[in-house]
Write a protein that binds this ligand. Structure first.
Ligand SMILES: Nc1ncnc2c1ncn2[C@@H]1O[C@H](COP(=O)(O)OP(=O)(O)OP(=O)(O)O)[C@@H](O)[C@H]1O
Length: 510
C-alpha cells in the first residue's frame, strides 16, 4: 500500500460510514418529523417547533451529499491507484519471464490478468467500502436503538441483520456464476476462432457444422443464465421476507415499550434503512472474495511445467555450444540426446522431418540463452515460422528492432531481402497483422526486423518458407553473410548450394 493510500483509505472508509449513517438517519428523522407534524396538526394547542427538526433534516441531507462525494473521491482514487499498481507489478513479472513461459503474453492471458487487476484494485470500492459502511451503520443503529429506549428493538435489529446477511451470503454462494462464466468464455473463444478462420471454414464447407456448434454453446449459456436468474430472484425474495420480518419485530418491540408514534416511526424507518444495506453488504463480501482470488491468481508465478527437456547453453566470444538436449522417441528415430556448436559468423542448419523437433529446439535455445547471467547474456532473436507483424507501416515494424533506423537504413534491409523489387518501401502499410502482405513478404519482414536488432545469436525457423527458389537463395546468402552473428536455422533439409560449404554445419534430428 502506498503512503498516500495509508491515509486516504481509512479516512475514505470513515467518511463512507458517515454517508451511510446520514442516509438512513435522514429517512428515519424525516419519518419522525412527518409523524410529529401530523400529531401536532391534529392537536389544537400544540407548542411543537418545526425549526430544529427541519434544520436537522437539512443537515443530514447535506451531510449525505458531502460524505457521499468525499468517500467516492477518496476511495475511487485509491482504488484506481491500486489497479495501476497491480497492472505494473504484473507487467514487470512478465518482463522477467523467459520466452518458454511467454504464454502469459497471449491475448487471452493478458485479458484475464487485466480483469484480475481490476477486481483486485476495485474491491476497495465494490467490497471493503460497502462492508465497512454496512457494518458501521448496523452497529451505530443497534446501539442507538438500545440507548433510545428499546434494548429489545436494538437486539432484534442486530439479530435480524446477522440472520439476513448469513442467508444472503449462503444463497449467493449457491447461485455462483461459475457455469455461466464458463459458458460465456466458450462462446467468446468460439466467436474469435470463427472470425479468424472464416475464409478457410467457408472453403472447406464447414460453416453449417460450426453454426450448429455455436448455437449449442449459446443455448448452454442461455440456460445457465436463466438458472442463475431464477436462483437470484428466490434468494432476493427470501432476503426481503427476512427484512420485513425483522422490521415488524422491531416495531412490535417498540410498541410494547409504549414508545410514542414519532419515536416508533423513527426507529422502524431507521431499521428499514439499516436492513436495506444487508444485500449491499452481501455484494461487498462477494466482491472482497473475488478480489482476494484475483490477487492470488496475479501473484502466481509458476508457469505450466514444460514437457520439453532443458538444454545446457554455453556462449563465449567465439562460439555457442549446447548439450544434453533430449529428443523424444519417434517412429522414425529412437530417443537420443543432441549437442552442437557454432562459431561466430558460421551457420548451423538444424534439419529433419516434419515433427522431428526443429522448431522446439530453436525455442529451447532462445529461452536458455535469455536466462544466462546478465554479463554473458547475448542479444538473442528468434524469428518463428508464424511471426507477427504489427499494423502500421514497414518502417514502424523495423523500428521495433532499432528505433533509430533511418528510411535509408530500412531500404538497405528491404533491398537485401528482395522486398523493394516487390514494391515494398519503408512507408508501405502492412494492414492488420501484416494481412496486406504475402506470407513470404511477412516472413522476410520479420527477418529484416530481427537483423535490425543486430543480434549476437539469430535463430530463424524455415527461412525460405513461402519463397521461390531465387528469392530463397538470396535470403540464405544474406543470413550466411552475418559475420558477427551466430546463426542457427531450422529447415527440412540442407540447401543443396550449401553442401560441403565451410562454415555451414548441419545438425540432423532424424
Ligand atoms: N525435445 C522434445 N521433447 C518433447 N517433445 C518434443 C520435443 N521436440 C519436439 N517435441 C514435440 O514434437 C512435436 C513437433 O515438434 P516441432 O514443431 O518442433 O517439429 P518441427 O520439426 O519443427 O516440425 P515442422 O517441420 O512440421 O515445423 C511438437 O508437438 C513438440 O511439442
Amino acid at each position: 500500500m502506498s503512503r498516500r493510500d495509508r491515509l486516504a483509505v481509512p479516512v475514505g472508509l470513515a467518511v463512507a460510514v458517515v454517508a451511510e449513517l446520514c442516509s438512513s438517519g435522514l429517512i428515519a428523522y424525516s419519518g419522525w418529523f412527518i409523524t410529529a407534524c401530523a400529531i401536532a396538526g391534529a392537536t389544537t394547542f400544540s407548542t411543537f417547533s418545526y425549526v430544529a427538526p427541519s434544520g436537522g433534516i437539512r443537515t443530514l441531507a447535506l451531510g449525505r451529499v458531502a460524505a457521499g462525494y468525499g468517500q467516492r473521491l477518496l476511495l475511487h482514487t485509491a482504488a484506481l491507484r491500486r489497479v495501476t499498481e497491480q497492472r505494473l507489478a504484473y507487467f514487470s513479472r512478465l518482463g522477467a519471464m523467459s520466452s518458454a513461459e511467454a504464454d502469459a503474453w497471449s491475448g487471452a492471458s493478458l485479458d484475464k490478468a487485466m480483469a484480475d487487476a481490476d477486481s483486485a484494485g476495485m474491491d476497495l470500492v465494490r467490497g471493503t467500502g460497502p462492508v465497512v459502511s454496512g457494518v458501521g451503520t448496523l452497529i451505530a443503529t443497534g446501539l442507538a436503538a438500545m440507548v433510545a429506549g428499546s434494548p429489545a428493538a436494538g437486539l432484534i435489529l442486530l439479530g435480524g441483520y446477522v440472520l439476513t446477511l448469513t442467508v444472503a451470503v449462503l444463497v449467493a454462494r449457491a447461485a455462483h456464476a461459475g457455469d455461466e462464466e464458463d459458458a460465456r468464455r466458450q462462446v467468446r473463444t468460439e466467436v474469435v476462432t470463427i472470425v479468424d478462420a472464416w475464409d478457410e471454414m467457408v472453403s472447406i464447407g464447414a460453416v453449417e457444422v460450426l453454426a450448429d456448434r455455436f448455437r449449442a454453446r449459446v443455448a448452454r449459456l442461455e440456460s445457465a443464465r436463466l438458472r442463475r436468474r431464477s436462483r437470484r430472484s428466490s434468494a432476493r425474495a427470501l432476503v426481503d421476507l427476512l427484512v420485513v420480518g425483522t422490521v415488524v419485530a422491531v416495531l412490535a418491540a417498540c410498541a410494547s415499550r409504549g414508545m410514542s408514534g414519532p419515536a416508533i416511526a423513527l426507529v422502524s424507518l431507521w431499521a428499514i434503512g439499516t436492513m436495506s444495506t444487508a444485500s449491499q453488504l452481501q455484494a461487498g463480501i462477494e466482491a472482497r472474495g473475488d478480489g482476494a482470488a484475483a490477487r492470488s491468481r496475479l501473484a502466481r508465478t509458476d508457469a505450466e511445467p514444460s514437457l520439453v527437456s532443458p538444454v545446457e547453453v554455453h556462449v563465449d566470444d567465439a562460439r555457442v555450444a549446447f548439450d544434453g538436449y533430449a529428443l523424444p522417441t519417434m517412429p522414425f528415430r529412437p530417443a537420443r540426446e543432441v549437442r552442437g556448436e557454432v562459431g561466430r559468423g558460421d551457420v548451423m542448419v538444424i534439419t529433419g522431418h516434419s515433427g522431428a523437433g526443429k522448431s522446439t529446439l530453436l525455442r529451447a535455445l532462445a529461452s536458455r540463452a535469455e536466462e544466462l547471467p546478465a554479463g554473458r547474456r547475448p542479444r538473442t532473436v528468434l524469428v518463428a515460422a508464424d511471426e507477427y507483424i504489427f499494423s502500421g507501416t514497414v518502417a514502424d515494424n523495423l523500428r521495433l528492432g532499432d528505433p533509430d533506423l533511418t528510411d535509408k537504413g530500412i531500404r538497405v534491409y528491404l533491398e537485401s531481402l528482395d522486398l523493394v523489387r516487390a514494391g515494398i518501401e519503408p512507408e508501405t502499410t502492412v494492414g492488420s497483422g501484416g494481412r496486406e502482405l504475402s506470407g513470404g513478404e511477412v516472413h522476410r519482414l520479420a527477418i529484416a526486423r530481427a537483423l535490425a536488432v543486430r543480434p549476437d545469436i539469430l535463430l530463424v525457423d524455415e527461412p525460405t518458407a513461402s519463397l521461390d527458389e531465387a528469392t530463397g537463395a538470396r535470403v540464405l546468402d544474406l543470413l550466411r553473410g552475418q559475420r558477427e552473428t551466430f546463426v542457427l536455422l531450422a529447415m527440412h533439409s540442407l540447401p543443396s548450394t550449401w553442401r560441403s560449404t565451410p562454415g555451414v554445419i548441419e545438425l540432423r534430428l532424424d
